[in-house]
Design a protein around this ligand. Structure first.
Ligand code: CA
Length: 230
């Protein structure tokens, strides 16, 4: 009898914890919706020192605030990014910059540091590394399990960015006092300044998208922007 009572009590505690968590997550969603509307009044974020794909002179600037640990960012990279590259980056109409977000804790920081190190050491191959890190993110619910490790980052860099000195990368991943921590906190500063509500957050010439997957909206913002720049 005692044992079954214990089981009932633990089940109740577990249930309450789950309900609490669900409520908390829902509330975060709501605040995200609210800040989304107001963030665009700040204009376009500075892309100085950020990895940027496409022609420097391209008239439209697109920024992704992304997190290597975020499943929607992986999905965005697979669904929207290739179209964007083909339609607008390769055609010289727009350029694309990536800024790190640290919403998923230590592993976000580690992947962000790795990306900064690769960008600094081998900028030409940054985008190959960037894509490969998202490819390495488990596609199932297991993305919450730890998968961003120093070894994993070295393995991906070795496969994608041959000019990266792996010992240097490893030392850059030692978060204590690495000079690249400044780059990561610069990105985090932009996340705060722009009230980045979720990842990926896409800003096109100062306009924050409510739905980063809305390709029609992306197209119209780029086309309108290109027209007004003419
Ligand atoms: Ca950066």
């Amino acid at each position: 009898m005692k044992n079954s009572k214990k089981i009932v009590i633990s089940t109740l505690i577990l249930f309450a914890a789950i309900v609490g968590l669900v409520l908390l997550l829902n509330r975060e969603d709501e605040t995200a919706q609210e800040t989304e509307q107001t963030a665009s009044s700040k204009g376009h974020p500075s892309i100085e020192g950020q990895p940027t794909l496409g022609e420097t002179e391209a008239p439209i600037s697109i920024v992704e605030f992304g997190d290597y640990k975020c499943p929607s960012c992986k999905q965005w990279g697979e669904v929207v990014y290739p179209k964007l590259i083909e339609d607008y980056i390769n055609t010289g109409k727009a350029k694309f910059s990536y800024i790190n977000v640290l919403f998923h804790g230590e592993e976000s920081v580690l992947a962000a540091l790795a990306s900064e190190s690769v960008y600094k050491q081998d900028p030409e191959n940054f985008w190959a590394f960037h894509k490969a890190v998202f490819d390495a993110q488990p596609a199932t619910q297991e993305h919450d399990n730890p998968w961003v490790t120093v070894d994993k980052m070295k393995e991906i860099a070795a496969a994608t960015a041959p000019n990266v000195d792996l010992a240097q990368l490893e030392s850059d991943l030692n978060t204590e006092g690495t000079p690249l921590a400044g780059e990561v906190s610069k990105d985090d500063g932009l996340v705060q300044e722009y009230n980045v509500p979720f990842t990926p957050t896409i800003i096109i010439d100062g306009v924050m998208l409510e739905d980063p997957f809305d390709y029609e909206k992306i197209t119209s913002l780029i086309e309108e922007g290109a027209e007004s720049n003419e």
